[in-house]
Design a protein around this ligand. Structure first.
Ligand code: ASN
Length: 335
């Protein structure tokens, strides 16, 4: 088994600077000291740093391009990939990679930490040990996040705490693995596991996907601009409860009708972490079907946002995106 660790930044490798924690290349040396490659219980691994290292709050599509390219470049040489990533946007990258590398037999595992490697009480050693043991183990059949003694399906995970060591949850699906004295494995995805094949070439469009979180008394200023932004091709609508909107707000309904006419793809997900949309349950939600809004079911915001980016990066037209949206590519929603 051979493992490539791609280091992209995040708290796991940060050191204290004058303005607070900031990315540092010193992680690689610390990693080799604490986890000597191929010695004792540590499997053999290589490390590649993806410069520039970032706080993942600075993540954009150029970083996705770099991570995807690095995995593609080393695809044949390694059995597993561990991505060291900041926690703030880890679920976005995990979701994106789940579409790009869907159904692969190789393990792609993202991890990071809430405290830097080497800091007192750091969660980094535990998260790294978990990621390394998984990378060396059975194919998970999913891009995964290993964090806080859990292994979560990447495109169903979301960051739930800026404090707790259990920083992630996957509210609509159980963990792939629960790390305990006898680890508990959820039988998953492996049936869909296929021989690896070359993923398609991606042309990311940096500002093509926007997000609108609904509130009572929504101001027109919060959505009107999307129609006049030539870069904006798709919108994630984060609606109330079971997927409802203010159906009596004529201006907002007109906006959705205009968006449809203009070819702006709109996807609806729920503000509730659990349960997702139940399209048709309420009149205040079924109006969305009439307005051509696509159903995001029980997807996370991260999974919906990155699926749109992925489909756009394949150069699909709005019509093609609407068709491809319906296919569950990487178990991103519950069937
Ligand atoms: N701001 C950090 C990041 O996302 C948070 C972390 O990694 N824990 O890069």
């Amino acid at each position: 088994m051979s493992i490539l660790i791609l280091y992209t930044g995040g708290t796991i490798g940060m050191t204290v600077s004058e303005s607070g924690l900031a990315p540092s290349s010193s992680l690689v040396e610390k990693l080799h000291t604490i986890f000597p490659s191929g010695i004792a219980n540590t499997p053999e691994y290589s490390v590649q740093t993806l410069d520039p290292l970032i706080d993942s709050a600075n993540l954009d599509t150029t970083h996705w391009q770099r991570i995807v390219a690095a995995i593609q470049q080393h695809w044949d040489a390694y059995n597993s990939f561990i991505i060291l990533h900041g926690t703030d946007t880890m679920a976005y990258t995990a979701s994106l990679l789940s579409y790009v590398f869907a159904n692969s037999c190789k393990n792609i595992i993202l991890t990071g930490s809430q405290l830097p490697l080497g800091a007192e009480r750091s969660d980094a050693p535990c998260n790294l040990a978990l990621a390394l043991s998984l990378a060396n183990g059975i194919p998970l059949g999913q891009v995964a996040i290993a964090f806080g003694n859990q292994v979560l399906q990447g495109n169903r995970a979301t960051k739930i705490s800026s404090q707790a060591f259990a920083g992630f949850d996957s509210p609509n699906t159980p963990p792939l693995v629960t790390n305990q004295i006898t680890p508990h494995y959820r039988v998953n995805g492996l049936t869909g596991c296929q021989p690896c094949k070359e993923p398609a070439e991606l042309h990311f469009q940096p500002e093509a996907v926007a997000l609108l979180w609904l509130t009572p008394s929504l101001s027109q200023a919060s959505y009107g601009g999307f129609l006049h932004d030539s870069k904006c091709k798709a919108l994630v609508l984060v609606s109330f409860g079971a997927g409802n909107i203010a159906s009596e707000n004529q201006s907002f309904c007109q906006f959705l009708a205009d968006a449809k006419d203009k070819g702006l793809v709109v996807v609806n997900v729920s503000q509730c972490q659990h349960g997702g949309t139940s399209t048709g349950a309420y009149a205040a939600g079924s109006v969305l079907t009439q307005l051509g809004v696509l159903d995001g079911k029980d997807m996370t915001v991260e999974a919906a946002f990155t699926k749109l980016h992925y489909l756009l990066a394949l150069d699909h037209s709005p019509k093609e995106i609407r068709t491809h949206w319906q296919t569950c590519r990487a178990e991103e929603w519950s069937e």
